[in-house]
Ligand binder design. Structure first.
Ligand code: KE4
Length: 426
């Protein structure tokens, strides 16, 4: 029995499912999860010493690659000054100034400890600012596990969302309305049905939690127009896309400005950090200035700020990383797309810059319903083949592949060869 198997056997008796976040349990691929011991650059090494070319990157934070020297150096330096003070620090001002400088729509920002907390807080601020209660989200978009976000569509447009998790009272989701990604008419229908009552619309500007689903042309612009017309706060959940698609995230990449934006992952450089920010008049409803309460013991933690500042500063000072990520995405995902097309394979490859996904379905994937048609059994076999080949991708059809600055063209070619071998195997 390998070390991962041993650890997993003990872990399942101590931690629900043996993991501290469900997707890590490898449930949908039916394997024992790899327990990772270390990581550097584009590689991770598991408890048995096996090395993997990593396309998860901790689900997005590791855009520079694992254990980047520029980040480690600043974290080590910060540790020596103490780990947490529960008081204001210069690093938090530096972080706020840097993010506001990189994202024009963000005039003020508040640090929290996860993407979930960022979304929960941004929704509360939008409700406090507008005095309205309803929020619109999209089927297939994931915004963390706060109660109001754990929701699935009710039976009709007049039906509010129903809980999509045990333990969530229906009262927590009755103000959450579900729309269809890339379908502006479904959004217009909700605005007509609930006109004047919608505090916020929250969207992943690139869907990355149903696999990767890019916004159709005009979709984000249409959401902007609808929210402006109805006095609804447009929230871009950029926990994944923030500082990944461009310095200014999806807002820069697509040229559409949000009223509030939520962040996580990359802004922590691998440490637990989330944030929400946006228009000044909205953010000033947040305590202690306004009366929307939100707080956190470790918010703006100095070591986490050191990691996030180091990573964001490096990205800000090396904008060529973004053109490289765009190029590498075309090499890997474009190569996958070309291979599938030339061989008439029943697969779709969706990608935006460094985010990509191979769907096992013959039809285009443009929303949650079409993503769900994928053959998850075929994905499971593909995942196992890749893992055996030393390539670590997300253990679920409905997640993204993440490229980093550390991935080389040789590694992309190796990956393409392995994918081709797998897809041609009957
Ligand atoms: P966290 O609370 O996990 O930091 O962020 C929640 C969140 C919010 N918004 C978006 C767009 C997200 O993708 C996430 C979290 N992403 C998942 C990966 N699909 C995290 C992985 C996990 O749950 O372990």
């Amino acid at each position: 029995m390998g070390r991962s198997e041993q650890l997993f056997e003990e872990a399942v008796n101590l931690i629900p499912g043996g993991v501290n976040s469900p997707v890590r349990a490898f449930g949908s691929v039916g394997l024992t999860p790899r327990f990772i011991a270390s990581a550097e650059g584009a590689y991770m090494t598991d408890a048995d010493g096996k090395r993997y070319l990593d396309y998860v990157g901790s689900w997005g934070p590791m855009i520079l690659g694992h254990a980047h020297p520029a980040v480690l150096e600043k974290v080590e330096e910060a540790c020596r000054k103490g780990l947490s003070f529960g008081a204001a620090t210069e690093a938090e001002v530096d972080m706020a100034r840097l993010i506001c400088g990189m994202v024009p729509s963000v005039e003020m920002i508040r640090m929290v400890n996860s993407g979930t907390e960022a979304v929960m807080s941004a929704v509360r601020a939008a409700r406090g600012y507008t005095g309205k209660n309803k929020i619109i989200k999209f089927e297939g978009c994931y915004h963390g596990h706060s109660d109001a976000m754990l929701v699935k569509a009710g039976s009709g447009v007049m039906t509010a969302g129903v809980p999509d998790s045990s333990g969530v009272p229906k009262g927590c989701t009755e103000d959450t309305l579900l729309a269809v990604y890339n379908d502006l008419d479904s959004v217009k229908g909700l605005f007509e049905a609930w006109d004047g009552q919608i505090a916020a619309l929250i969207v992943e500007p690139v869907g990355a939690n149903m696999g990767v689903v890019p916004p159709a042309a005009g979709f984000l612009e249409g959401l902007r127009e609808l929210c402006t017309a109805h006095g609804t706060v447009l929230i871009f959940d950029e926990v994944i896309t923030g500082f990944r698609l461009a310095r200014g995230g999806a807002q820069e990449y697509y040229g559409v400005q949000a009223d509030l934006t939520t962040y996580g992952k990359i802004i922590g450089g691998g440490m637990p950090v989330g944030a929400y920010g946006g228009r000044r008049e909205i953010m000033e409803v947040v305590s202690p200035v306004g009366n929307v309460y939100q707080a956190g013991t470790l918010s703006g933690n100095p070591v986490a700020m050191a990691a996030g500042l180091a990573q964001l500063t490096y990205l800000n000072e090396h904008p060529e990383i973004y053109t490289e990520l765009e190029r590498k995405g075309k090499v890997l995902y474009g190569g996958m797309e070309k291979f599938c097309r030339e061989n008439g394979l029943p697969c779709q490859v969706n990608h935006v810059s460094s985010l990509g996904c191979l769907f096992f379905t013959p039809d285009p994937v443009t929303d949650y319903a079409s993503a769900k048609k994928s053959d998850t059994e075929a994905f499971k076999n593909y995942f196992r083949y890749m893992l055996d080949s030393g390539i670590y991708i997300a253990p679920s059809q409905f997640e993204a592949m993440f490229l980093s600055a550390a991935h080389t063209d040789e590694e992309l070619q190796f990956t393409l060869e392995k994918i081709a071998q797998r897809l041609l195997t009957k």
